[in-house]
Ligand binder design. Structure first.
Ligand SMILES: NC(=O)c1ccc[n+]([C@@H]2O[C@H](COP(=O)([O-])OP(=O)(O)OC[C@H]3O[C@@H](n4cnc5c(N)ncnc54)[C@H](O)[C@@H]3O)[C@@H](O)[C@H]2O)c1
Length: 135
């Protein structure tokens, strides 16, 4: 990340979470523009409050599995960092459909929105997959 060109348009799913909010801070400090999509299920507004007023940051409260709602947010985005997750083990056994919708359908929604928008890089934290759509 140290050699990245400044001024990229980035989108961070889960940007109000623990890892996502630190990444958002890093990307802004590196000169990039950042769109956050987060439903604040486990994320917190306080994680981003110190960045309030930075015109390069847009925060959208939305669930990633709501494809029609999130898809327009990917327009003109160059890099996507996909960091949303429901990751608690016992609740995932008690409420498997919630976890399926958020983690599986949500990830498909993000991947498809990125593909349709021609995003050049998709970085997915959970399994460390990186895909090149364009080059
Ligand atoms: N924290 C760690 O030590 C660690 C280690 C390895 C991998 N990871 C992975 O990194 C990713 C992020 O971890 P974290 O610790 O930042 O978790 P976190 O819970 O702090 O952040 C996840 C964010 O995703 C948001 N979110 C969840 N479901 C959503 C949905 N359907 N739509 C929109 N937003 C949604 C939550 O509100 C939260 O802000 C996860 O995939 C996790 O498994 C974390």
């Amino acid at each position: 990340m140290a050699e990245t060109n400044p001024g990229q348009r980035c989108l961070v799913t889960g940007g109000a979470g623990f890892i996502g909010s630190h990444l958002v801070e890093y990307l802004l400090a590196s000169g990039h523009t950042v769109t956050v999509i987060d439903n604040f299920s486990t994320g917190r507004t306080e994680n981003l409050s110190h960045l309030d007023g930075d015109h390069r940051l847009q925060v959208h409260e939305q669930a990633i599995e709501n494809h029609d709602a999130v898809r327009p947010l990917f327009e003109d985005v160059e890099w996507v960092f996909h960091l949303t997750a429901l990751a608690d083990i016992v609740p995932s056994i008690q409420n498997p459909l919630d976890y399926y919708r958020s983690n599986v359908e949500g990830t498909m929604s993000v991947v498809e929105a990125a593909r349709l928008a021609g995003v050049s890089r998709l970085i997915y934290s959970a399994s460390e997959i990186r895909s090149d759509f364009v080059d």
